[in-house]
Design a protein around this ligand. Sequence first.
Ligand SMILES: C[S@@+](CC[C@H](N)C(=O)[O-])C[C@H]1O[C@@H](n2cnc3c(N)ncnc32)[C@H](O)[C@@H]1O
Length: 302
Amino acid sequence: MAAIHVPVLLRETLQALDLSPGLTVVDGTVGGGGHSRHIYPQIQPDGILIGLDRDPRMLQHAATVVPSERSHLCHSSYHELPNVLRELKLDAVDRIVLDLGLSSDQLADRDRGFGFSTTGPLDMRFDVSQGESAAALLARATSEQIATIFHEFGEERFSRQIADQIVRQRRSSPIETASDLVAAIDSALPASIKHEARKAPATRVFQALRIAVNRELEHLQQALQHGLYESLRPGGRLVVITFHSLEDRLVKLAFRDETRWHSLHKKPISPSPQEIRINPRSRSAKLRVAVKQSTVASASPR
Ligand SMILES: C[S@@+](CC[C@H](N)C(=O)[O-])C[C@H]1O[C@@H](n2cnc3c(N)ncnc32)[C@H](O)[C@@H]1O
């Protein structure tokens, strides 16, 4: 089945990657292959594409659009890239792209609990074989811990009230589905908040929970410091698309280290008004690109 997700900043990503035949490219968040399907032909006849995803269902989507001849689709987190390369017997790669967060296919999947308009179980894990679901986290954590997640990862101003309501509600019935959580958020918000404005706190709370459940910021920071940097050849490029300020800040700070990276633009690249009109999901996207500094004089950029 083909993916419904529309790749964000596609033209800008391909430009930033500066592709040519023979390169080895990692798509660290391959999703449904929206970017990879366009990267693959540009590196042939002898290039290699490595696509990673924590979600096996997304890898199935990617396999329908990325030719298998010179590609490897691997169930792995991008922060574990060095292990993947070791298994593939590759030393280093020329390009890495990350398109962070969640795909529209995951959001639309009723069994995953990513979207607040779904009724399914509140799971939210990209990789359901690992870690704790959002429902398990909300059943176990203290009100303070829950409020901290909503505040830090969602910048939600009613964090404390929503967390208290979750803890009150779970005493009589557990928060097991996306609609249970929506109901808790709704009863915690002051009545003065109008119908349409009530969606914004729900969006922020769902985003915060997803970030916490998947330890997204931890993995990104670790990858920027170690896995991605170590896996890239000197002169190679890292392109990162982020969807909220917490992620973008980590990338911006990492790229500021001029002993490691040469950032190609002062400001991040944003989608055009036309792209935002066609694909509203792209509106908060920011793309940053940096070249890994050549510390060894003989390492020539490719
Ligand atoms: C925005 S989607 C990528 C969409 C893809 N670029 C496309 O256009 O089809 C993000 C993907 O990253 C995956 N993901 C999230 N965190 C990850 C991680 N740490 N390592 C690998 N994949 C991850 C998600 O499962 C999701 O499929």
